[in-house]
Design a protein around this ligand. Structure first.
Ligand SMILES: NC(=O)c1ccc[n+]([C@@H]2O[C@H](COP(=O)([O-])OP(=O)(O)OC[C@H]3O[C@@H](n4cnc5c(N)ncnc54)[C@H](OP(=O)(O)O)[C@@H]3O)[C@@H](O)[C@H]2O)c1
Length: 256
């Protein structure tokens, strides 16, 4: 990064892919704030662990889907000086899936998934952009999924939200590129985290069998691409959907 100390906000940074990204950015010298929605104890334990390793992490609760939470987080005099200092790097990794066939999925479940992934990306970006525009510098990365482009039975809500992130990134990129702010999506394949640990064994195995590299990925492998995108070296990459998925995205939809 440049000589100025940069600050990053990683939504969903308290575990899994978000945590690996948060730790990688902290290793690169950024002050990193991780946000979470529910598990304060888990988040604080990760922060304590990172700090014991000399990594500058702080945690804050913010339900990504709730405008009130974002308003409180970025209010003057709010936690961690976010309104005053802003962040230069935003990674939106908060999320969960509520799978089910469209015909049987409750509207509340559909909305909850859109809320955390898509509305969360909009709210997070809106909160962070003011400072980025002022500084004529910013990096925004949304974590997407192969379901966005391949589709998957039982994942209409998740796939719609993850595809929506690309539409959001591309239009937002048009609005903010002249301020030297990049906006990209990283599509993570089958990555071993708490999210995939919840999958029924047979679903996990069937996903695994469709990965050309024949293994699940590590959260740290996703973090490496994000590191590049937020680094000075990645400064001319914007509006892209980049995959870290062991080749999964190359498959035809019916093989997925
Ligand atoms: N793992 C994969 O194979 C995979 C593949 C493609 C894409 N992704 C995407 O990568 C992202 C991270 O997934 P993961 O596998 O790392 O999942 P994970 O281990 O379950 O972590 C999810 C994170 O999101 C937070 N979160 C959940 N609901 C939230 C809310 N309403 N507001 C704020 N934070 C919330 C969780 O904290 P709390 O529980 O405390 O709220 C946690 O920090 C997600 O967007 C997921 O869709 C994952």
């Amino acid at each position: 990064m440049t000589e100025t100390k940069r600050r990053a906000l990683v939504t969903g940074g308290s575990r899994g892919i978000g945590l690996a990204i948060a730790r990688a950015l902290a290793r690169d010298g950024l002050d990193v704030i991780v946000s979470y929605g529910h598990d304060a104890a888990g988040a604080e334990a990760q922060v304590a662990q990172a700090r014991s390793e000399g990594l500058m992490l702080s945690a804050v609760r913010c339900d990504a889907a709730r405008a009130e939470d974002w308003d409180a987080l970025f209010a003057r005099g709010g936690p961690l000086g976010l309104a005053e200092q802003g962040v230069q790097v935003l990674i939106h990794a908060a999320g969960f899936a509520k799978d089910g066939l469209l015909m049987t999925q409750a509207p509340t479940d559909f909305d909850a998934v859109q809320g955390v992934h898509l509305r969360g990306a909009y709210l997070a970006s809106r909160a962070c952009l003011r400072a980025m525009i002022g500084e004529r510098f910013g990096r925004i990365v949304y974590i997407s999924s192969p379901t966005a482009t391949l589709g998957r039975r039982g994942q209409c809500s998740y796939g719609a939200a993850k595809a929506g992130l690309l539409g959001l990134a591309r239009s937002l990129m048009m609005e903010v590129s002249r301020f030297q702010i990049t906006v990209n999506c990283v599509s993570a394949g089958l990555i071993d985290t708490a999210l995939t640990a919840e999958l029924p064994k047979e679903v996990y195995q069937s996903l695994l069998s469709s990965v050309p590299m024949a293994r699940a990925g590590k959260a740290e492998e996703v973090a490496e691409l994000v590191r590049y995108l937020v680094s000075p070296a990645g400064g001319y990459v914007t509006g892209q959907l980049l995959a870290v998925d062991g080749g999964l995205d190359m498959l035809a939809a019916d093989a997925f």
